[in-house]
Design a protein around this ligand. Structure first.
Ligand SMILES: Cc1cc2nc3c(=O)[nH]c(=O)nc-3n(C[C@H](O)[C@H](O)[C@H](O)COP(=O)(O)OP(=O)(O)OC[C@H]3O[C@@H](n4cnc5c(N)ncnc54)[C@H](O)[C@@H]3O)c2cc1C
Length: 405
């Protein structure tokens, strides 16, 4: 091998929350290389960073890396409600800080982080090692030889695609956000807006931990061929609409944009010594596209299991990772994907009805739906809640027609 080749136990492709979390729990002496095509961890911003206080605590994310949203509202064209959250508190992560913090957790290990370095392709050699071709802008490494490869490349599916193991997702959630100075906007308020302005998707606005305000729009393509940026521009240009949402936008915004898969969960995560994690394994919730907390939790699990596989040469620990993810996600994501498909075809009238219903559903059902969690008891409760609300509103309409209300 020449000096442009690095040899390691594990090659991780992608330094997002998933890949970094895997590295954070690999044993200290497992030789690891992370290739990351961006110049800096966490930048450019490609995500909104929505999460929940209970996950912040569970995952040990330090104070100062998130902003709590204490007031949450939903707007449709002819409906508005305060979203019932009960004890659940949504937060907005300062993702550049959180991702850097995740990276620091493997700084002391036998880990090499190659920035501005792109994984291009790989081949399995006769000796059972993968020889991967990478393009590095400044340090000249051109090949990484490794026993294992983790695909943490997000929606790119870089490794899976290169080896023909899984197809790149064809249905994608595509989002654009503008980040403004906070100005007079309430720092702890979050809103979602739905209806005519955002077909096959939704819009949002919230205060951030950086003392700014972010406004964004996400759509599902190809369910719509609208561009989120154009839709966002039309929201921004509509002063009466912004007044109704209670938003005052001043100054020049910084633009962020991102993409994530919006396809049914596929429970195959282990392909011999190639393992997928994060968005390349469809870990984001199908209901709200929330992936960061899931990437951190399951990425950490993969690090532990992969460490055992490296030490013993056995596949069992990787199968255990796959089984755990299946148990944790498969059923919930099946329900969540039904909600996703239904919501993508909603008309503005459907959204009016849905936002009105939200105020009556109670926090349990609303938070479970937003989090994409549907244990059987909750599904029964949600179904009963929806049914009861529907029956009540039909009865009310009938009584009005009969002059009894
Ligand atoms: C508009 C939008 C809003 C979102 N909002 C939220 C939210 O509010 N809350 C939430 O939890 N989640 C949200 N998500 C989802 C969340 O961002 C993802 O689930 C999460 O970032 C997935 O992490 P990951 O590490 O798997 O992939 P990524 O974060 O995509 O990281 C993968 C990294 O790999 C790098 N890479 C790709 N290919 C290569 C290659 N060939 N070589 C080297 N490096 C490569 C990429 O540059 C990227 O930085 C949102 C996503 C989008 C698009």
């Amino acid at each position: 091998m020449d000096d442009k080749t690095l040899t390691c136990d594990v090659l991780i492709v992608g330094g997002g929350p998933a890949g970094l979390s895997v590295a954070s729990t690999l044993p200290d002496d497992v030789k690891t290389v992370i290739v990351h095509q961006d110049r800096e961890i966490g930048l450019p911003v490609r995500t909104s960073g929505g999460c929940w206080m209970e996950d912040i605590e569970r995952l040990g994310i330090p104070d100062g890396m998130y902003n709590r949203l204490n007031t949450n509202e939903a707007f449709a064209d002819a409906a508005h409600t305060v979203i019932p959250m009960g004890d659940a508190v949504p937060v907005i992560l300062d993702t550049p800080k959180v991702y850097k913090w995740l990276a620091e957790q493997s700084d002391h290990k036998d880990r090499t982080l190659l920035m501005e370095t792109k994984f291009l392709s790989t081949r399995l050699r006769d000796d059972g090692f993968y020889e991967s071709e990478i393009r590095a802008r400044d340090n000249g490494v051109e090949r990484v030889v490794s026993k294992y490869i983790v695909d943490g490349s997000g929606w790119h599916f870089a490794v899976l695609d290169a080896l023909g193991l899984a197809k790149k997702p064809e249905r994608l959630a595509v989002g654009t956000e503008y980040e403004y100075p906070l100005g007079d906007n309430q720092p702890d308020r979050g809103i979602i807006f739905l209806g005519k302005k955002v077909p096959a998707g939704y819009g949002w606005a919230f205060g951030t931990a950086r003392g700014t305000l972010r406004v964004g729009v996400g759509v599902i393509q190809p369910d719509t061929d609208e561009s989120p940026r154009k839709l966002l521009d039309s929201v921004i240009a509509d002063k009466p609409y912004l007044d109704r949402l209670g938003l005052k936008l001043e100054g020049d915004p910084v633009v962020h944009s991102g993409i994530l898969p919006s396809v049914a969960y596929d429970d195959r995560l282990v392909f011999g010594n190639v393992i997928r994690v994060g968005d390349s394994a469809n870990f984001a919730t199908p209901t709200a596209g929330e992936g960061i907390r899931v990437c951190i939790e399951l990425g950490r699990l993969l690090g532990v299991q992969l460490g055992k596989a490296v030490k013993t040469g056995r596949r069992g620990p990787l199968r255990a990772y796959e089984r755990h993810c299946r148990r944790k996600l498969k059923r919930d994501y099946k329900w969540g994907f039904l909600v996703n498909n239904r919501a993508a075809s909603y008309t503005p009238d459907n959204w009016n009805a849905s936002v009105r219903r939200m105020s009556k559903l109670g926090p349990d059902a609303v938070v479970a739906t937003l989090r994409g969690e549907f244990p059987l008891l909750k599904v029964a409760k949600i179904s009963w809640s929806v049914l009861r609300t529907l029956i009540r509103s039909r009865l009310h309409r009938l009584k009005s027609r009969l002059g009894l209300a």
